[in-house]
Write a protein that binds this ligand. Structure first.
Ligand SMILES: [Zn+2]
Length: 102
């Protein structure tokens, strides 16, 4: 019984190791590789920042480096849902400015 219980988890791990990790853009909802997307995180202090190196801790969401995807994520509230927090207008504005610099 114990072997059967462990099976599903190990199968999932094998599949994950073989495939390039894919993430979904919170704007256009397309699956892309992590390299094609930028990560937006909510830090433990509650700040919403672009994590262009993918190294920071915190709850993250993925977005195409495209202001139109940010606009869609804002309209659909997909980013707020992913980060589980309300995002004020000025934060979106700052993210948009940072996106343009990438
Ligand atoms: Zn997108």
């Amino acid at each position: 019984m114990s072997i059967l219980k462990k099976m599903p988890k190990s199968i999932t791990m094998i599949k994950a190791a073989k495939k390039t990790p894919m993430r979904k853009c919170v704007g256009c909802q397309e699956m892309k590789t992590k390299k094609e997307l930028i990560r937006i995180i909510r830090t433990p202090e509650g700040r919403i920042v672009l994590d262009d190196r993918g190294k920071q801790n915190g709850r993250g969401a993925y977005l195409c480096p495209d202001p139109s995807c940010l606009a869609r994520a804002k309209r659909s509230k997909g980013l707020e849902r992913s980060l589980k927090t309300a995002i004020p207008e000025d934060i979106y504005h700052r993210l948009e400015e940072e996106l343009k610099k990438i």
